[in-house]
Design a protein around this ligand. Structure first.
Ligand code: SAM
Length: 280
């Protein structure tokens, strides 16, 4: 386990993932009944953008940093509010909230969050981040195991975020199996899965397998590519959303052009917004 999210916190991939995450949580809040969120690869919950790791890559400056000082669509406000909530006085952008902290910022008193993190240091930081918080349970376990152990939740409505580090060669196939396992246990839950785009072919194979294994449930694919994939560098990233809120496609068709323009790293960023199983 070499991956440390502190190097990448607040980068363009986090911005896309966390904007979509906040749109889903905001949708869940439309009903009074409480919801449940399982964050299978939660990270440490909060990152210091002036820490050595973040400073070394500078990724946050061209990620979340780009959303400061520009006009931001209203649908992005819950995300920016969650980012604002972790700043200390008079500091515009020093800290970046990870996915569990973002979900927690939007939760109401009737909602619950379970957050799993396997790296011992990050798991300890996550535990400290939510110490004494009765609505959050942190778990120092394998996130895929958490899917088997904690689904379905008693709330019967909510979200599973699966955001692995892609350190192992078989991560794409583990994701397909995990989605299958999760849906078997909780057919009506919303599942949000993040993936990197380096090799187009590898990603397209993953998406075809996912579409087959998730059908007939509605499955939305959302991508942001900053450059053409060359098989080596991270060219872009994507999200698969199974059982998305019905408004998510429409919301993202408005937000993706804004995100592409704001986060671009070259002349021609591209986006994709597609129902994966429309023709199956
Ligand atoms: N979801 C976080 C966010 O959006 O702020 C970022 C998560 S980061 C991409 C992936 C995390 O998964 C890392 O913190 C890593 O230590 C952790 N991890 C790696 N293997 C894991 C496993 N099998 N189960 C749970 N966590 C794992």
């Amino acid at each position: 386990m070499n991956y440390r999210h502190a190097f990448h916190a607040g980068n363009f991939a986090d911005v896309l993932k966390h904007v979509v995450l906040t749109r889903i949580v905001e949708y869940l809040k439309r009903k009074e009944a409480g919801f449940f969120v399982l964050d299978t690869h939660a990270g440490r919950g909060r990152y210091d953008l002036r820490g050595e790791e973040a400073e070394r890559t500078g990724e946050a400056a061209v990620g979340i940093g780009r959303l400061f000082g520009v006009a931001v669509p209203e649908l992005v406000h819950p995300y920016l509010d969650a980012v604002g909530a972790v700043q200390h006085e008079r500091e515009a952008l020093r800290w970046y909230p990870g996915s569990p902290r973002i979900v927690r910022a939007l939760m109401r008193s009737q909602d619950r969050l379970f957050a799993a993190e396997l790296h011992p240091e990050d798991a300890a930081a996550l535990k400290a981040e939510f110490a004494g918080d009765r609505q959050v349970r942190t778990l120092a376990i394998d996130g895929y195991q958490a899917i088997r152990a904690y689904l379905p939740p008693s709330e019967r409505r909510g979200l599973v975020l699966i955001d692995p580090p892609f350190e192992s060669a078989d991560e794409f196939s583990r994701l397909v199996s995990a989605l299958g396992e999760g849906l078997k246990r909780w057919a009506t839950g919303t599942f949000l899965v993040w993936y990197p785009i380096k090799h187009r072919r590898q990603v397209d194979d993953f998406l075809s397998e996912t579409a087959l294994s998730c059908r007939p449930r509605p499955t939305l694919c959302i991508e942001l590519l900053l450059r053409r994939p060359d098989g080596i560098l991270l060219a872009g990233c994507g999200l698969v959303v199974v059982n998305p809120p019905f408004v998510l496609g429409e919301e993202m068709s408005g937000l993706l052009p804004f995100l592409a323009k704001t986060l671009r790293d070259g002349p021609a960023p591209t986006t994709r917004l597609e129902w994966l199983n429309a023709q199956l």
